[in-house]
Design a protein around this ligand. Structure first.
Ligand code: CO8
Length: 257
């Protein structure tokens, strides 16, 4: 992978690990990091063997959000023109699962980055929230939308209006993270999950990921239509036929795609 300054990207077998790497700024997301993340996802999307990506932070934070020092100086025109959109587009078009492993403070744009991933797992010392209100601003990349769809209006409203950071366990009880593990086990657990996904048909995983994500983006009927279409595709695909035959013949499937 080409030289990245604010992100470390490495491969552990079929799983890629992307680490936000501005630990002295609690991995605050500046424009350089936006472009490094875009580059990392673009490169990984071309690497066929990579079956899933784990995103985590170096040091004691996942990310404390957008870099306030940079943001306060940005004229409106630059925010609108350059903004963070390339990052969300790169993640949205990435077909394989992205697992967020929250290793500490996950705030503002940091939580929005986590919520743009497909699965969120947290170390027990993680603290999550949307503290933008304390800066006199509001969330700008999913903190009022993805959060509300995930935890419901009243919990989201409390978090967005007070800026309170919650513990990993409170986030778990809200359904905002799927699992809490001891801090020292976090990365291993995220990679283990990535490896488990790697053992499935990549083609089926892509169809499944797209279908689940549509549940948050469409009406129920549109989501059901997409699910049905993807189901038809899966049962007609080579891997689908292979998986069903392998089950009937009591052997391990041999995935091609
Ligand atoms: N931006 C820039 N620098 C930061 C940020 C940040 N978001 N967060 C922390 N830092 C810096 C601190 O200024 C400090 O620098 P220094 O050592 O020079 O004083 C260093 O990182 C360490 O931070 P703290 O000493 O404050 O660490 P604590 O453990 O005491 O506190 C907190 C941790 C509570 C997380 C605290 O740092 C904090 O409140 N940070 C700001 C959190 C915040 O308000 N985030 C929201 C930012 S706005 C946003 O994210 C909008 C998103 C829009 C969409 C785009 C997303 C990509």
């Amino acid at each position: 992978m080409s030289e990245l300054n604010t992100v470390i990207a490495e491969r552990i077998g079929n799983v890629a690990v992307v680490k936000l790497n501005r630990p002295d700024r609690l991995n605050a997301i500046n424009m350089a990091m936006v472009y490094d993340l875009v580059e990392a996802f673009r490169t990984l999307s071309r690497e066929r063997e990579v079956s899933s990506v784990v995103v985590t932070g170096v040091g004691k934070a996942f990310s404390a959000g957008a870099d306030v020092k940079e943001m306060v100086e940005m004229p409106l025109e630059s925010v609108v023109r350059e903004g963070h959109m390339p990052l969300w587009e790169a993640m949205r078009s990435f077909k394989r699962p992205i697992i967020a492993a929250l290793n500490g403070v996950t705030a503002g744009g940091g939580l929005e980055l986590a919520m743009a991933c497909d699965i969120i797992i947290a170390g027990e010392s993680a603290r999550l929230g949307q503290p933008e209100i304390n800066l006199g601003i509001i969330p700008g990349a999913g903190g009022t939308q993805r959060l509300t769809r995930t935890v419901g209006k009243y919990r989201a409203m409390e978090l967005v209006l007070t800026g309170r950071l919650i513990s990993a366990w409170e986030a778990y009880r809200m359904g905002l993270v799927y699992k809490v593990v001891p801090d020292e086990a976090l990365l291993d657990e995220a990679i283990r999950l990535g490896r488990e996904v790697a053992s499935k048909s990549k083609f089926a995983v892509e169809l499944a990921k797209e279908s689940v994500n549509k549940a948050l983006e469409t009406t129920l009927q549109q989501g059901l239509d997409i699910e049905r279409r993807n189901f038809y595709v899966s049962i007609s695909s080579e891997d689908g036929k292979e998986g069903m035959r392998a089950f009937l013949e009591k052997r391990k499937p041999n995935w091609k795609f």
